[in-house]
Design a protein around this ligand. Structure first.
Ligand code: 1CP
Length: 338
């Protein structure tokens, strides 16, 4: 089995730097768009055979070192009975704005609410047959709350920040409930067979350091602690977070996913050797010529050369219009580098 990704998560020696790409299954692939033109996004996620198919699509094209389950961070909110649509971003039918709404939220077990996720994981483990490790994931509580309170994706997420200042205790109750539900959800994926999990904190960067320490970090720690017993490596990706790096590294995850904004060796110097790092090529670099893609990817590798525990990745999700040829150049560059 190709275990260089799992070895790098644990900061063990590897034959070369492993690579996978955040959001590698999805809209930049013509075969995804073709399938998606016939099937609604939520139906793709909720049908194990189709979710497994989309997960495998990038692996058929590229020699990636890990697969990531096809789903979305908001899917497990089904457990709270929250109804949503994707157009293409998520829209919550009734945004959560009041203490009464938060108090009324009660999670069903993930195994009852989203059994299709565990089924997709089991199917994938059979199909992958030990060739490539499978990553499961969830959203971090603050990022999930940002969508739940705002009702949709929106730069700034004013609604969750208003709740944070006006009704901090309400937000804390919501975050507590989300953290507990995500522990249950990740355990379901781990029981199904995922070999690593990533917690996506895409919006934590809108918080100042003091508020991050109160409204984001403790709930990520709760998730990390809640799955630690399984022994599965945990990756914590925080976006837009140069001001939060040391705090984020203290969440207890095995791997810190680094956004594209900082040179990754500067992050390494700030967090020390106790955590592996994942990242962090700017996703927009893939719109450049092959020579530039090669140069930028080599630069990231060079910055991490000799440091145990580096997983090559982008510094945020791959963008929908990304040329396939650039993805090929990126992967070749990593494969040939050491
Ligand atoms: O129409 C479509 O095809 C739907 C587009 C789409 C896709 C392909 C959405 C809606 N989600 C996904 C899949 C998805 N989302 C995956 C699996 C694919 C893979 O990784 O290979 C994952 C891991 C996610 C995670 C996700 N969803 C995040 C965290 C990662 C990140 O990019 O920061 C976030 C913030 C979301 C919310 C979301 N879901 C979909 C969209 C378009 C968005 C972003 C909305 C916004 O602008 O806020």
């Amino acid at each position: 089995m190709n275990d260089r990704f799992l070895r790098a998560c644990r900061r063990q020696p590897v034959d070369r730097t492993p690579i996978w790409i955040m959001r590698q299954a999805g809209r930049y692939l013509p075969e995804y768009r073709e399938l998606r033109s016939r099937v609604e996004f939520l139906d793709l996620c909720r049908t194990p055979e189709l979710a497994a198919e989309v997960t495998l699509q990038p692996l058929r094209r590229f020699p990636l070192d890990a697969a990531i389950l096809f789903s979305d961070i908001l899917l497990p909110l089904d457990a709270f009975g929250i109804s949503m649509t994707f157009t293409p971003g998520p829209r919550i039918a009734e945004p959560i704005r009041s203490r009464a709404q938060v108090d009324a939220l009660q999670a069903r077990p993930a195994g009852e609410a989203v059994p299709f996720v565990a089924d997709a994981v089991r199917l994938l483990r059979r199909e992958l047959n030990g060739r490539t490790p499978l990553i499961g994931f969830c959203g971090a509580p603050f990022t999930l709350a940002a969508y739940l309170v705002q009702g949709e994706g929106k730069e700034g997420f004013g609604a969750v920040k208003r709740m944070m200042f006006h009704e901090p205790a309400t937000l804390e109750v919501l975050l507590d409930k989300l953290a507990a539900a995500m522990v249950d959800y990740l355990r379901l994926q781990i029981q199904g067979g995922v070999q690593a999990v990533q917690i996506f904190d895409s919006w934590a960067g809108i918080l100042g350091a003091t508020d991050y320490a109160r409204f984001a970090l403790p709930y990520v720690r709760a998730i990390v602690n809640g799955v630690r017993e399984s022994g599965v490596p945990v990756i914590y990706f925080v976006n837009g977070a140069p001001h939060l790096i040391e705090a984020a590294a203290s969440a207890g995850a095995d791997v810190l996913g680094v956004c594209w904004r900082m040179p990754i060796d500067h992050v390494a110097a700030r967090v020390g050797p106790g955590v592996a790092l994942q990242g962090n090529l700017d996703p927009h670099a893939l719109f450049a010529d092959a020579a530039v893609v090669r140069e930028r990817a080599t630069d990231v590798l060079r910055r991490m050369a000799g440091r145990p525990g580096h997983i090559m990745n982008l510094g945020h999700g791959i963008l929908p219009e990304t040329p396939i040829a650039s993805v090929e150049v990126l992967i070749e560059t990593v494969q040939c580098a050491n």
